[in-house]
Write a protein that binds this ligand. Structure first.
Ligand code: M6R
Length: 606
């Protein structure tokens, strides 16, 4: 996720662009830049860091002009550097482009570019150069010629020095909105920067390209047919707009999951071989085969994502896999050698415990890789190799979309190792087919948010909760319990269901509701027996069951159905109703959902 802003009209573009970038900073904040077209020349300035850093750099300089584009970056390809910051130039500064999204086939496209002098490591610069290469006097035409060649996602804003009255924009998978003023137009990744100037907007749809000048804007599809669209009146305030209309960031991020999940797996699947192609491992096949043990180190939610993935690593690859909470790993004198692969998994990439743990693993000679969301973060830099999970900025303290994307990436790694050992191409293909269906299935669960809200209202006044799961769903129970604790402040525990009879049963009373995950996998019958035991102690049961499971109803006071998927993929779905349950409970109790007490988004102390 990045943010794009643009302006064309009669006013000075600079203040509008800078204000707009500030409004969009929640979409990305590792670097920012602007480009203004004035008297046939494009002036560009960029800076690493938040928009304030760019503002400081601009202070005292003049950037006149009434047409410009700007960008705030959330890095995907290429580190956090000024060279990689947008907008990107092509054709000796004649063309400038700002991009939000990921170009999957950028390597392939790069080979076609005649001017092989690249300033940045980004996929976006390749696109800028390709459009310039296709330009012969008509900017819109050049964009239309180029885009059918691109695989991936984009929101684009492009200017050319010879067209001082034009911005071309395009959208595929990344949002773009055009604000309609009087002889002026605004454009942005969402309505936030536009609202101070106009409430009249037009949302571009996927596959659309628009030519904006000071008098009008025209939308086309890639077949070059003009599309006539009306304007929408927006009545949101700025804060609501940033949250995409959701009440707070956590809910928005829960609902982001189907989209960002696609970003995580895009371009990382090799269906014909039934495997994954993650690149970031930087190991050849021989080095991969030499790995005899895998350790996943992480904290909090990231550690529960790791626990879910442990099942996949062991089942698919047969490589013994452990999960270690980072704060324990470091002080346990762990056994690590050159045949041990350690994945340090972290949303922020700044968690001190995980940083210390990965340093310890390195010191002991292990092969250390990162699985991180924030590009250029300490863990990303210190591991030097690994994979970004592409969840986009996660602002709510309670992690949701980063969890599902961590599970996705870890699953892909498990498959990649699996295919080197005993996983067949057919099994690999089945897993990948199921992965591709996950976003649609996530949407099915998200549609039940209102139903889960009713449940949350019903149960919000209990003081204790128990989350029960078995096998891979024990990891889901841990994450569900963690989420409820963090944001509702209700005490809860997670237990592996088979272990209840060894102690936990003593606590069960009618005042101790149990949230049990009973999806139809190999442990279904065993899990049913555990739920029977709970019911015998008169505890209320809320059951997460597979769609169509009528028997589960008989065991449940309340039930939420989730679509079926392969067992190893279940955490990707089963966690979502638990996120929603925690969220709605916290809201019902009047908690500050995005900023729960005593917690921080990034824990940079040991
Ligand atoms: O940034 P990280 O993924 O390394 O953070 C790890 C934990 O601090 C984090 O998951 C924490 O448990 C969250 N608040 C979970 O919602």
């Amino acid at each position: 996720m990045c943010g794009i802003v643009g302006y064309i009209g009669k006013k000075e573009a600079l203040p509008i662009l800078l204000e707009g970038l500030r409004d969009l900073e929640y979409r990305g904040y590792d670097s920012a830049g602007i480009a203004i077209l004035n008297q046939g020349k494009i002036e560009r300035i960029r800076e690493v860091g938040k928009v304030d850093m760019l503002v400081k750099k601009i202070a005292g300089k003049k950037f006149p002009g009434s047409i410009g584009i700007a960008h705030t970056r959330w890095a995907t390809h290429g580190g956090v550097t000024e060279e990689n910051a947008h907008p990107h130039l092509a054709g000796n500064g004649k063309l400038v482009l700002a991009h939000n999204g990921i170009i999957e086939n950028y390597r392939e496209l790069k080979k076609e570019i005649k001017d092989q002098n690249f300033e940045s490591e980004t996929d976006s610069e390749i696109l800028a150069k390709l459009i310039f290469q296709n330009y012969s006097g008509d900017l819109l035409k050049a964009v239309k010629m180029t885009l059918p060649r691109v695989r991936g996602t984009y929101g684009l804003a492009i200017m050319h020095a010879d067209h001082p009255d034009e911005i071309v924009v395009a959208r595929l998978g990344s949002p773009l909105v055009v604000g309609v003023g009087e002889d002026e137009y605004y454009l942005a990744s969402d309505v936030t920067p536009i609202l101070p100037f106009t409430k009249q907007v037009t949302f571009l749809d996927d596959g659309e390209v628009a030519l904006i000048n000071r008098q009008e804007f025209k939308i086309f599809n890639l077949k070059d047919e003009q599309i006539i669209k009306g304007v929408t009146q927006i009545d949101w305030d700025i804060e609501t707009a940033q949250k995409g209309g959701f009440e707070n960031f956590m809910l928005k991020e829960i609902f982001d999951q189907p989209t960002v999940f696609e970003d995580a797996i895009r371009g990382r699947i090799d269906m014909s071989e039934g495997t994954a192609k993650l690149g970031g491992l930087n190991m050849n096949l021989e080095e991969m085969r030499a790995i005899k043990r895998i350790i996943l180190i992480a904290c909090g939610t990231a550690s529960y994502a790791c626990l879910a993935a442990k099942y996949a690593f062991e089942r698919l690859s047969g490589i013994p896999t452990e999960v270690d909470v980072s704060s324990e790993f470091r002080y346990r004198d762990p056994i690590v050698d050159e045949h041990t692969l350690i994945f340090a998994v972290s949303q922020s990439g700044e968690t001190a415990d995980t940083i210390m743990a990965l340093r310890e693993a390195k010191r002991k000679g292990g092969v250390v890789r990162g699985i991180v969301n924030v590009v250029g973060s300490t863990i990303a830099r210190e591991t030097g190799a690994g994979t970004y999970i592409h969840a986009g900025p996660e602002l709510a303290v309670a992690s949701t979309k980063a969890y599902t994307n961590m599970v996705a990436i870890l699953l892909l790694y498990a498959l990649e190792f699996g295919r080197l050992h005993h996983t067949t191409p057919a099994t690999g293909q089945r897993i990948l087919q199921s992965l591709l269906q996950i976003p649609e299935k996530m949407n099915e669960i998200l549609k039940q948010s209102e139903q889960i809200k009713i449940l949350a209202d019903k149960y919000k006044d209990y003081n204790d909760f128990l989350f029960l799961g078995r096998g891979i769903n024990y990891s889901v129970a841990l994450e569900g319990s963690h989420k409820l604790k963090e944001i509702s402040y209700i005490h809860s525990e997670a237990y592996p269901a088979g272990e209840m009879k060894h102690g936990m049963n003593a606590l069960l009373t009618p005042d101790f509701p149990v949230l049990a995950i009973l999806t139809q996998n190999q442990l279904y019958e065993k899990m049913k027996s555990s739920i029977e035991e709970v019911r015998a102690r008169k505890s209320k049961t809320i059951i997460i069951a597979s769609v169509g499971d009528e028997e589960a109803k008989e065991l449940a006071d309340d039930i939420v159905y989730v679509p079926k998927t392969m067992e190893l993929l279940e955490p990707l779905l089963n966690t979502i109703p638990l996120q929603l349950f925690a969220y709605h409970t916290a809201v019902a109790l009047g908690r500050d959902v995005d900023r729960p007490r005593n917690l921080a988004k990034s824990v940079t102390v040991e």
